[in-house]
Write a protein that binds this ligand. Sequence first.
Ligand code: T46
Length: 139
Amino acid sequence: MKTDMSRKKEVVLGSHGNSRGSLLVGESGREIPFLIKRFFVIKDVPSGATRGAHAHKTTSQALFCLCGSFTLITDDGVSVIEESIDSHSTGRLLLPKVWHTMKDFSKGTIALVVANKHYRESDYVRDYEGFLRLVKKGT
Ligand code: T46
């Protein structure tokens, strides 16, 4: 597992490329540091749109850019990292209690997200003040 748990929390997929093309792979317990229970795809994002802008209470996710590029901003309540995501083979781990926002989507961007939990709206914190209270409380 090549997950950098310190700063940028990179998730590096296995890569098998040859004259027939390229195959990328992620397995739970190997490249993906949790058991995958759900995936979703984000696509057709209009120019200027922002997605995310929330944190999760308990859900962990890994975010991949299959096509195109976007800017990912992550905020753990102490520091903010803004980075361009454009690698097909290196995603980002989005741990619980990290406020994350995606913006500046290039035309045709397709993002894949895998998660360790099923969808539950009650797992979302969508107001920033509530997020800061959650981080402070530590629970
Ligand atoms: C995240 C970022 C990176 C479902 O019904 N099931 C699902 O599994 C998901 C993810 C969403 N939905 C519904 C809930 C909303 O009615 O789809 C609609 C759009 O969801 P949302 O506005 O939360 O989409 P994004 O792109 O802002 O955020 C998504 C994920 O929700 C979130 O977990 O971390 O992508």
